[in-house]
Design a protein around this ligand. Structure first.
Ligand code: GTP
Ligand code: MG
Length: 345
């Protein structure tokens, strides 16, 4: 990796879309695990975070020469639930994201939570791409595992290609109705003006190299200034979940999106009423590529730099509020930080 990436933090990528359209499966494919098989009814109930290091992404893209081209340390993916009851979780994910991926089942097309996801991203002005998932389910589709979209597309029969085009342009039409100028990703020249749409299969990995390439490209081109951060600055994050953990007591899962958080730091955490002021007793991280919700063997770490998903153990955090800010403070900044946290509840 190039030297200049030192102060670029990991972009946070939120995966959103309608229930069962394949968000978790897409992330499984990227990280090469099978979280989806362990979920009750394969429904994602909570926001999770997975860090995918740049080397793994470059390998999935299938071209090692890319390693020197990219200056972000990796991508931090946030999975969100598609079930209609979880609007708050989707909003929380959307508000945290630097980039987003909206997953649409190409065979089902637009659904209520597809539109809701687009509206959340519009509201937060988050740059995003759309993936039309489950192309392998198109009648007659010949699977070419892990290949780029264009490579597998060229190998389909004219009939299958025609069927694909019909379904694909139906989605493009719906995007127009929602006010987006959209086109297939390989025809987009300016991703700021035109929304890129990538046909994929989360199950077979077709189109996944394109997704990773485009996400990295977008991060480098459009986010470079917003990804600059002061690694020595105070840790700033959002509480995802408050959880009882065996042997640790109450813990909070946090997405850290700025600065560095250290063991022993004084932190201010939002709750109803006066914010909590406490000290970080332990900072825990799941191993790379493992999912924060499913990894029981947490590794204690002395500090974490943004962006990262971390678990924090600290006294008096039982009534910390999911969705609330957490910010580290020094004796000099404490009063100001308390006011800031209060103003964001
Ligand atoms: P929620 O978290 O409940 O919103 O669903 P989700 O969007 O995470 O969907 P999930 O990944 O759990 O997939 C739902 C079902 O679709 C599962 O049975 C997957 O195996 C299947 N599925 C997902 N992606 C694909 C795909 O590309 N092709 C095929 N054939 N099946 C897929
Ligand atoms: Mg899911």
């Amino acid at each position: 990796m190039a030297e200049e990436n030192q102060n670029l933090r990991t972009p946070i990528v939120c995966v959103m879309g309608h229930v069962d359209h394949g968000k978790t499966t897409l992330l499984d494919q990227i990280r090469g695990t099978a979280i989806v098989k362990g979920e009750a009814g394969a429904i994602t109930q909570h926001i999770g975070a997975t860090e995918v290091p740049i080397d793994v992404i470059v390998e999935k893209c299938g071209d090692k020469r890319l390693a020197d081209k990219f200056i972000v340390p990796g991508l931090l993916f946030i999975d969100t639930p598609g079930h209609h009851a979880f609007t708050t979780l989707r909003s929380r994910g959307g508000s945290l994201a630097d980039l987003a991926v909206v997953v649409v089942d190409i065979n089902e097309g637009f659904k209520p939570q597809t539109i809701e996801s687009l509206n959340i991203l519009k509201r937060f002005k988050t740059p995003f791409i759309v993936v039309t998932n489950k192309i392998d389910r198109i009648l007659g589709w010949q699977v070419h595992k892990g290949e780029s979209f264009l490579s597998t597309y060229k190998k389909q029969t004219p009939e299958v290609q025609a069927l694909f085009e019909q379904k694909f342009y139906d989605v493009i039409g719906h995007l127009y109705e929602q006010g987006f100028s959209a086109d297939r990703f390989d025809r987009v020249t300016d991703f700021q003006k035109t929304l890129g749409v990538i046909p994929i299969s989360g199950l077979t990995g077709e189109g996944i190299p394109d997704v990773l390439m485009i996400l990295l490209g977008l991060a480098q081109r459009f986010l470079e200034s917003s990804l600059q951060y002061d690694i020595n600055g105070p840790g700033v994050g959002t509480v995802l979940e408050v959880k009882e953990e065996k042997g640790l007591g109450t813990t909070i899962d946090v997405i850290l999106y700025d600065g560095t958080l250290k063991k022993g730091d004084t932190v201010v955490i939002g709750r109803l009423g006066e914010p909590i002021v406490t000290k970080v007793r332990a900072l825990l991280k799941p191993r790379e590529l493992s999912e924060i919700r499913y990894e029981s063997k947490f590794q204690p770490i002395p500090e974490a730099a943004a962006a990262a998903g971390v678990k924090i153990s600290a006294p008096d955090i039982d009534d910390a509020l999911a969705g609330a800010p957490i910010i580290s403070a020094t004796p000099e900044t404490l009063d100001a930080v308390i006011e800031k946290v209060k103003s964001e509840i």
